[in-house]
Design a protein around this ligand. Sequence first.
Ligand code: GLP
Length: 262
Amino acid sequence: MEVIIRPTEAAAATLVARVIGRELQARPQLVLGLATGRTMEKVYDELAREHREAGLDFSLCRTFNLDEYIGLPVTDSHSYRHYMNAQLFQRVNIDRRNTHLPNGMATDFRAECAHYETEIRDCGGIDLQLLGIGRSGHIGFNEPLSALRSRTREKALTPMTAEQNASMFGGDASKVPRRAITMGVGTILEAHRIIVLVTGVEKADIVAKAVEGPITSMVTASGLQLHPHCTVVVDEAAAGKLKGTEYYRWIFDNEPEWQSFR
Ligand code: GLP
């Protein structure tokens, strides 16, 4: 794992978008794992801008989202399918048939989850997975105590997550569905490369636990420490509780991998 600190939220999101853009240019058929949430909106704005202004081509790209609420039809403006259409898919030249989210309205959830895993496998696995971290330490909707080897399945959301996501539901936590389908931690860890974006002072505690704390299913993001190629990009505000910042800054300023991003 490596940690990159950028001065602002905008600079952190731009760096993440540039990494995605580079991977897509190098491999037009990229299988991209996607995330939702407020943090990602700036990444999608930037990718849409790169498409518009620099012709970044999504025509062959395939995408798999981490999760979807159970019980919301795709027409519901709170569904993650709706979010993805609005934030990214409508703004770039992606073929909608190549975009995948779990079906939160499935009649047989067990079959739907197995099918999602099969679809990922049939595409050859996820090349690059984009992630955020929730306040409960979750990745996707893998709430505390999710097995670090878990696969795509139904998961009940914690009250903390309902609170966190309430802003998307007019501020009313009781409107947030309490169940979701999510890729498992084990599914996520099989991606070839992972890039995590965490911004804002309210995430400083949880990102320090995820990155520098012990690996524990109580903070499923800590499972990312097991991944061979995982980059965590934070802004100064989210970096506030990290202990190894001097080393992290040195990496970005000196390592050849980051030279063209400096
Ligand atoms: C949701 C998603 C997560 C995301 C989290 C963070 O819970 N399931 O994948 O990381 O939100 O959201 P935000 O960026 O709004 O803080």
